[in-house]
Design a protein around this ligand. Structure first.
Ligand code: GLA
Length: 401
């Protein structure tokens, strides 16, 4: 989940803006009058398929975006952290006291303090540091700007402190910052994606044991593209609705006597639905169980190099989110319908829902046509113009040279 939107589109190119890493370095220099020790970059993400399955111990298939958050950082003596950000008027500054308990730093700084808190709580000696943050990952568009910030800060502090912290452990710590310090009850997908993704691949993640497989996702070779549409829909009660969906899934798992909905096999779905008390709960469960299966089916097709054939699975995922999980809004439904009518092979909302972005699988030479069709459909419905861009799977969090 993200802090309040800043009015920058998910899909607008950073026109007229200097490179994000250069902005972080320049910010560091202007704030502290010294050069940083290093710079660390973490990407935003889209989820190809597998929505609201992560906190049900299920499967997801995200990939990293070529939009990044960069942290320039240098160590300092003592347990103090100063953080400059290009989106804030003033740097924030906090010490050990503010990271002794969750929630003491609020706003965007809470994501940074939350990482320090989570590392300290896990027993790591976190080095004091000065940090400067710049980002091309838009806030509030469902592309995981918060996970990118957490991952960049966590990786910077781990490197500066020489912490013995294997990559596979990092997503849980970043998630803990978000869940327990900031207070958003999200799953493990976003932090795993931004930390563990590889360029040219989607990340097949089993959210129960956090095992991963990097699935080749070579869109160029298949003559395809992923078009990302920023729906520009205002997030309507997204946090409360997310929490209520999660609670409904946990209640349903209890009723069915399983640890998580992942344990309901798709072959036993009808029997499970028959044991649930009401239609709404049945639809929530049906979404999660069928969505897990769609992830597995998508992975099979990608492993076999049958990329175009994943289109119908993406579209089925959208229908399930719209009709069963009830997390779409008119703007995203319009974008999906218009993209499909213009020839997209498949399209779906990506992320937590109630706005955010839509992704469409398109033949590469039709991406402009599909984008124009979505824009026209928006104009017809009187919605604010959407943002559109094509993306390729990018690398996860790295230290920059
Ligand atoms: C948000 C959360 C994730 C995941 C998705 C829905 O992005 O942060 O953990 O639950 O929603 O798939």
């Amino acid at each position: 989940m993200t802090p309040a939107p800043q009015g920058r589109s998910a899909t607008a190119p950073a026109q007229g803006r200097t490179d994000v890493a250069d902005r972080a370095t320049a910010g560091f220099h202007s704030a502290y009058d010294e050069q940083p020790t290093g710079r660390w970059a973490a990407p935003g993400r889209v989820n190809l398929i597998g929505e609201h399955t992560d906190y049900n111990d299920g499967f997801v298939l995200p990939f990293a975006l070529p939009l990044r958050t960069v942290v320039a950082a240098a160590p300092r003596p003592g347990e103090r952290w100063t953080v400059w950000s290009e989106i804030a008027d003033q740097p924030i500054d906090f010490g050990a006291a503010e990271t002794d308990a969750p929630g003491r730093v609020t706003g965007w700084g809470g994501y940074v303090a939350g990482v320090v808190w989570a590392l300290r709580e896990a027993g790591y000696a976190v080095p004091g540091a000065r940090l400067a943050i710049a980002s091309d990952v838009p806030l509030g568009s469902g592309l995981s700007s918060s996970a990118a910030l957490e991952a960049a800060v966590l990786t910077a502090l781990a490197d500066l402190g020489g912490l013995d912290l294997p990559t596979e452990r990092r997503p849980r710590l970043a998630q803990r910052a978000e869940n327990a310090y900031v207070g958003a009850p999200t799953g493990i997908m976003d932090q795993s994606a931004v930390i563990r993704c590889h360029a040219g691949h989607a990340l097949f993640l089993d959210c129960r044991d956090e095992s991963v497989e990097h699935i080749p996702f070579d869109l160029d070779a298949a003559g395809l593209a992923i078009l990302v549409v920023d729906s520009r829909a205002p997030h309507r009660h997204a946090d409360g609705e997310y929490a209520s969906r999660r609670a409904a899934c946990e209640r349903a798992a209890d009723l069915l006597g399983v640890p998580a909905l992942r344990d309901v096999p798709v072959t036993g779905l009808d029997a499970a639905l028959g044991r649930l008390p009401d239609d709404e709960t049945r639809r929530r469960v049906r979404h999660v169980v069928t969505e897990d299966q769609r992830v597995l089916d998508t992975v099979e097709l990608l492993r076999a190099g049958r990329v175009p054939e994943i289109g119908p699975l993406l579209t089925a995922s959208h229908a399930s989110m719209r009709d069963d999980f009830e997390i779409t809004v008119p703007e995203v439904d319009t974008a999906v319908e218009a993209a499909l009518a213009a020839g997209a092979l498949g399209a779906r909302m990506t992320g937590g829902g109630f706005g955010g972005c839509v992704l469409a699988l398109v033949e590469a030479d039709r991406s402009d046509t599909v984008a124009a069709a979505v824009t026209a459909a928006y104009a017809e419905r009187g919605f604010a113009a959407p943002g559109t861009r094509t993306v390729l799977p990018a690398p996860g969090t790295t230290r920059l040279p």
